[in-house]
Design a protein around this ligand. Sequence first.
Ligand SMILES: C[S@@+](CC[C@H](N)C(=O)[O-])C[C@H]1O[C@@H](n2cnc3c(N)ncnc32)[C@H](O)[C@@H]1O
Length: 197
Amino acid sequence: MGKWFSRLYDPAMAPLEKHFLHELRERLVGKAYGNVLEIGSGTGLNFPIYKQVEKVVAIEPNLFMREKSLLRAKGAEVQIEVVAGDAGNLPFANDVFDTAICTLVICTVPDPNQVLQELRRVVKPGGVVLFIEHVRFTGSGLGHLQDWLTPLWRHLCDGCYLNRNTLDLVKSAGFKVIHIERFIRGLVLHMEVINRK
Ligand SMILES: C[S@@+](CC[C@H](N)C(=O)[O-])C[C@H]1O[C@@H](n2cnc3c(N)ncnc32)[C@H](O)[C@@H]1O
């Protein structure tokens, strides 16, 4: 499954990237600074966008995704190290990263609370975490449709939940939301949060 998903990921995402996602990635990644952690880097779609950061460490558990990430890391303008691992159990000391990047990952990880607590731990006090995530619609029947579709969607899309309340999870984890934009009637969030400690 992981192999097919990794093969299909870039072509499947291409229309969305062209329509709005790549531009959103550019705006998000443009805010990164210093020592950067990217979790669930997938095929490395963010890598060509990094410009003025010290270094990026990207963690990706799926071997086939990681292989694609590694190719994109080679062509990047900044130093990018791609490592195997689980964002729920990060192999880093406390307070080492200035920025963490998380694009379309909280929807997929098995335990989002654990991942958010790990980000709280490894990002420096006052550091930023930058998210692009698709989330459950609020206040509409569309949310129920997402609940209904999620079992099939998870099966087809490598464990991805269509119906996570990521904004609530991020706030409950203790992050302070300083910027949020909503797209497609609130389906996609672009968020910048500060790590208060
Ligand atoms: C939908 S893809 C997003 C990839 C990339 N971030 C992007 O923006 O295109 C979700 C990624 O999260 C990764 N992932 C799943 N569980 C993870 C975990 N526990 N820790 C880190 N990454 C994980 C998957 O392997 C996959 O590459």
